[in-house]
Design a protein around this ligand. Structure first.
Ligand SMILES: C[S@@+](CC[C@H](N)C(=O)[O-])C[C@H]1O[C@@H](n2cnc3c(N)ncnc32)[C@H](O)[C@@H]1O
Length: 331
């Protein structure tokens, strides 16, 4: 028998996508994956550890098993390898904060019909200076860049690069600086971001014992001087998607000026195929930018190529990462 008849399953799953956001968000709130990792492997034990009702714990475990984030094992439950790597507290790539943030933001979807109708946000978030939105978002999203920063360091040979100077534009929680300064004890990094965000970054880098090689500059990346021939690497991670084509091109030109000869501009973002057929995550993330930014979106490879060429870069390459983000290197 062939399987050619369309089935409704996937559409039913998509329409109920909020179950997944809710189940993951609540599991993260109760640190369920952390308790599972520590050996609490039944609904009864997890209820005792978390203060959740046993009925709630069992229902949550059922949902997480359905989502393939936990698995039944020896009459109890355990984390899948994925949950163990990315949802356990204390691990560097822990996405629990991200899951809680997404769950907390679910009410924003009520604005979507208007946002799609007008083609822009009800209330722009990304353009507003010192917006408390960033203080909430930035620590929660840093974990997603951990595998990307590690991949970029490998591709750039950063650990053995000696005394390099790094400028991170909109560095947020300084996740790139944190990982790179640890990998290369001779590297120094400067981050440009809003003042309250730089304060968060400095605190986090102090915890990692690399704050002595980190400088922060407070202000707007549209206007603060990036310097001339000052840095070996300039990073622009998850900022291009909030900016317009014109602003990205102008920022790329200023980033090029800030680079020493032979330096590398590193863009990290969700990049869409030129024919807009994929990948999945960048295609969907464009809606997030419609909801939150006036002119942002997820941009195609061809957009980056033309903006970088206009900014004076000659050598551009795209690199897949073990995450939905792509790295773009320009020299
Ligand atoms: C989506 S976060 C990315 C953070 C970090 N680069 C990462 O990949 O995790 C965007 C960052 O850019 C900063 N930002 C946005 N617009 C800015 C502006 N006009 N001037 C300075 N910083 C800005 C935000 O405060 C935030 O830290």
């Amino acid at each position: 028998m062939t399987n050619e008849q369309p089935r409704p399953d996937r559409i039913l799953e998509i329409a109920n996508g909020y179950w997944a956001t809710g189940i993951l968000g609540v599991a993260a709130k109760y640190a369920l994956f952390t308790h599972l990792e520590a050996g609490a492997d039944t609904a009864g034990r997890l209820a005792a550890e978390t203060g959740m009702s046993e009925r709630g714990a069992q229902t949550l475990l059922d949902g997480l098993a359905g989502l393939a984030l936990v698995e039944v094992h020896d009459g109890g439950y355990r984390n899948t390898a994925e949950a163990s790597a990315f949802l356990v507290a204390g691990r560097r790539a822990d996405l629990s904060g991200y899951a809680k943030l997404k769950f907390a933001q679910m009410d924003k979807l009520a604005n979507l019909p208007e946002v799609f109708h007008t083609g822009g946000p009800v209330q722009a978030m990304t353009e507003v200076a010192d917006n408390p939105h960033w203080e909430e978002v930035v620590p929660a999203i840093a974990a997603q860049s951990v595998p990307v920063a590690v991949t970029a360091a490998e591709l750039l040979g950063l650990a053995d690069a000696g005394e390099v100077s790094i400028l991170d534009l909109g560095g947020g929680s300084a996740i790139f600086s944190s990982i790179w300064l640890e990998l290369n004890p001779s590297a120094r990094s400067t981050q440009l971001d809003w003042e309250p965000i730089n304060a968060i970054a400095r605190r986090l880098l102090k915890e990692r014992h690399v704050a002595d090689r980190f400088t922060s500059v407070d202000g707007d990346l549209h206007s603060v001087d990036f310097g001339t021939a000052t840095h070996d690497i300039v990073v622009y991670s998850h900022v291009a998607h909030q900016e317009s084509a014109e602003d990205n091109t102008a920022i790329f030109a200023r980033a090029r000026r800030a680079l020493k000869p032979g330096g590398t501009f590193v863009v990290c973002d969700y990049v869409v195929d030129d024919d807009r057929s994929g990948p999945f995550f960048p295609l969907l993330f464009a809606s997030e930018m419609l909801l939150k930014s006036r002119k942002g979106g997820t941009w195609r490879q061809s957009d980056y190529r033309s903006w970088l060429a206009e900014a004076g870069f000659e050598d551009v390459s795209f690199h897949a990462t073990p995450s939905p983000a792509t790295l773009v290197f320009a020299r």
